[in-house]
Design a protein around this ligand. Structure first.
Ligand SMILES: C[S@@+](CC[C@H](N)C(=O)[O-])C[C@H]1O[C@@H](n2cnc3c(N)ncnc32)[C@H](O)[C@@H]1O
Length: 275
């Protein structure tokens, strides 16, 4: 994915001159800043930056313009410093720059370079679902991952030999990044990915995963439950500890059994089984 670019206009030694800031503001800068005695304006649109420079020239104010500067990726340094880490007994999560380093024997590498998509295994809510996946049977099941983010849970389910894995996210950028992550794994091609919410799915799944905050999950809970096959399970994560009782009361209708509960720090994950 190409990084967005911006333009930078530096007006030396005019930081304190409000009329210059006012003039530049007419050309829709992203923002203005003082750097020592210099005034600096950044623009998304290079034409705006050029027009601002011409307007300054017309008033005999000197400036220096640089266009097409790639915007820094704030996670670049994090990725470079990241090291893979174990989750549970089965997984080896690598949030660093893509590599083909071997995981320790017996562990499955999940390569999800840190990005704007949630799900690098660093968060408790993700880890709790990974633990549920390795502790409860997945092999041979049909799995749906709602709110896949980086794709990490769908990848884990595919690695554990689920019969079929579907994943969705309402954030198109997350789906783009998840698709890249699927491509880093030999089992990634077994995941069907779509940029959509739960309404895109029909039928029944043996196992539904939803690492969503309560305010995201509660409005779609009836629809999500309808996608769980009789005897199937719903693993819900992203529940802040203090909201657990209320969430459980609202998501578990008659005929559903609380089949598992996991907690780490302030986060809780619940496994509900449909009777
Ligand atoms: C907390 S992240 C979880 C990411 C990943 N599954 C994990 O466990 O690390 C939640 C994701 O759900 C997506 N999301 C929120 N509401 C959704 C909805 N109604 N349907 C599908 N995806 C949704 C968000 O865009 C976000 O990527």
């Amino acid at each position: 994915m190409s990084r967005p670019k911006y333009s930078r206009l530096v007006i030396p030694r005019r930081a304190r001159e409000d009329w210059i800031s006012g003039l530049i503001s007419l050309y829709e800068p992203l923002g203005l800043a003082e750097e020592g005695r210099d005034l600096v304006a950044c623009f998304r649109n290079p034409d705006g930056a050029r027009q601002a420079q011409r307007a300054l020239e017309a008033r005999r104010v000197r400036s220096e313009l640089t266009t097409d500067i790639p915007e820094e990726d704030p996670l670049e340094a994090f990725r470079a410093a990241s090291r893979p880490f174990p989750v549970g007994r089965r997984f080896w999560v690598d949030p660093g720059d893509p590599s083909d380093s071997e995981p320790p024997a017996g562990r499955i590498a999940l390569r999800v370079p840190a990005s704007r998509a949630f799900g690098t295994g660093g968060h408790e809510s993700t880890r709790l679902v990974l633990l549920a996946l390795e502790e409860e049977p997945v092999e041979g099941l049909s799995v749906l991952d709602i709110g896949t983010g980086s794709g990490i849970l769908a990848l884990a389910a595919a690695a554990l030999r689920a019969r079929s894995v579907w994943a969705c996210d309402v954030d198109a950028e997350a789906v783009f990044l998840a698709r890249e992550n699927l491509g880093r794994h030999p089992f990634g091609s077994r995941v069907g990915l779509t940029a959509a919410g739960v309404e895109a799915f029909a039928g029944r799944f043996d196992l539904v995963l939803a690492n969503l905050l309560p305010q995201e999950f509660l409005p779609i809970r009836a629809r999500v439950r309808s996608l769980v096959a009789p005897g199937g399970r719903l693993v819900l994560s992203g529940i802040p500890g203090e909201g657990e009782a209320e969430v459980l009361q609202r998501v578990r209708p008659r005929g559903w059994r609380l089949a598992g509960r996991r907690a780490e720090k302030a986060w809780v994950s619940l496994c509900l089984e449909r009777g």
